[in-house]
Ligand binder design. Structure first.
Ligand code: C2E
Ligand code: MG
Ligand code: MG
Length: 366
């Protein structure tokens, strides 16, 4: 794919393409076809394939170890029953199924079924609603406090998007951010939240309130837009909000996709005095590499790591050691998702810098 070409060069990309083809073709019979249709999308037509052969074919791709790479892929299988069906439609259906497991760990293959059609319809509806909701200004920012572990004081907050529908229902980001990321709408949502935060800070500053830095989540999709940084700076200028009151949160999937772009971006934006935190540390892969190479100001430990800490000694040791490593590297460490006193006590003992979690407060409206 394009990532492979960026990281390892075209020659390597081509080599891997050939490797994929030769691994797959072992499991193909005369009259069957495998082809690349674009970038990193492939189609394979099989005659009378049973599940076993399909499984073998995909295992062959998983077992490619060319250049020590692990190939991540998601595949959709569409069983053709109606030979008169439009071939593009067949490919679309396999593709829709594949999309649903993109990024899901340890699931590479999914069979298409009728429920995916319903899902597509539901997504179309949600897409329309989201666009309308943007027009109607239905998105709001909630704020969750970050507490300094030593002083017990409020030292920051994270802005978290909520969708307040016209019938006054509050919808959590988990229900619309994933689709917004697929459609690209998320970049608009991020900017909406960013402006709300700037306006909130402006009003508070004007009222003479002492403000703490507020962090805003930004999707990886911004990084293909070279106007991203100028836009951020221009908006801060517009609201006359000082840079030290703004922090950006990037997730590790953002970083994995665009290493050098994120590196340059982080370095530049920090020169302006804006802090950049790595979000959800420990929830995926490739993140150790990221904290080694990208000049973040802080690292947020993922909530999933913390949840095992008070029951499992190994998890606790692991968590504490990671905190120590990160702090030795000069990072401020923020623990996400502390819910119990026991967890807070442990985090205190381990010298974590800040805690953000239900124990202190849920996200609050303005
Ligand atoms: P995140 O950036 O890692 O935000 C932390 C999430 O953990 C928030 O969920 C927060 O409410 C939740 N949380 C904090 N403390 C606790 C706790 O003690 N227990 C439990 N169970 N949960 C806790 P929320 O608000 O539902 O947001 C989920 C995710 O949606 C965020 O994860 C972030 O990735 C994304 N998101 C939220 N707002 C935005 C936004 O404006 N732009 C983008 N691109 N993504 C956003
Ligand atoms: Mg965050
Ligand atoms: Mg997080």
């Amino acid at each position: 794919s394009s990532d492979l070409n960026n990281f390892y060069g075209f020659a390597c990309g081509d080599k891997i393409l050939r490797q994929i083809y030769s691994s797959v073709s072992v499991w193909m019979q005369p009259g069957e076809t495998a082809a690349r249709i674009s970038g990193d999308r492939f189609v394979c037509f099989l005659l009378d394939a049973d599940e076993e052969r399909i499984e073998a074919l995909f295992s062959a791709i998983r077992n490619i170890t060319e250049e020590n790479l692990i190939l991540h892929f998601s595949a959709g299988v569409y069983v053709i029953k109606d030979y008169d069906e439009n071939i593009n439609l067949m490919v679309d259906k396999a593709s829709v199924a594949a999309q649903t497991i993109k990024g899901v760990l340890n699931q590479h293959v999914v069979y298409y079924s009728k429920k995916f059609d319903d899902m597509t319809a539901h997504n179309e509806e949600l897409k329309r609603d989201l666009k309308l909701a943007i027009k109607n200004d239905e998105f709001v920012a909630f704020y969750q406090p970050k507490v300094d572990i030593n002083s017990g004081k409020l030292v920051g907050a994270e802005a978290l998007i909520r969708w307040r529908t016209r019938d006054n229902k509050l919808i959590a980001p988990g229900d619309f951010i994933p689709l917004s990321e697929k459609t690209g709408l998320v970049t608009d949502l991020d900017m909406i939240v960013f402006e709300k935060v700037l306006a909130f800070l402006r009003t508070s500053l004007d009222a003479g309130v002492e403000c703490v830095p507020i962090s805003v989540n930004f999707s990886r999709l911004h990084f293909s837009n070279e106007k991203f940084l100028p836009t951020l700076l221009q908006k801060m200028e517009k609201y006359q909000v000082p840079a030290h009151l703004i922090e950006l949160e990037l997730t590790e999937s953002a970083i994995f996709d665009n290493f050098s772009i994120i590196y340059d971006f982080t370095e530049k934006v920090r020169e302006y005095g804006v802090a950049v935190a790595m979000d959800d540390f420990g929830s995926g892969y490739a993140n150790l590499n990221a904290v080694l190479r990208i000049p973040f100001s802080a690292v947020k430990m993922d909530r999933s790591l913390l949840s095992g800490v008070s029951s499992d000694p190994q998890t606790a040791t692991f968590y504490r050691s990671i905190v120590m490593i990160l702090q030795h590297m000069g990072y401020k460490v923020i623990a996400e998702g502390a819910e119990t006193e026991k967890e807070v006590k442990l985090l205190e003992k381990w010298g974590v810098d800040m805690i953000q979690g239900y124990y202190f407060s849920r996200p609050l409206c303005e």
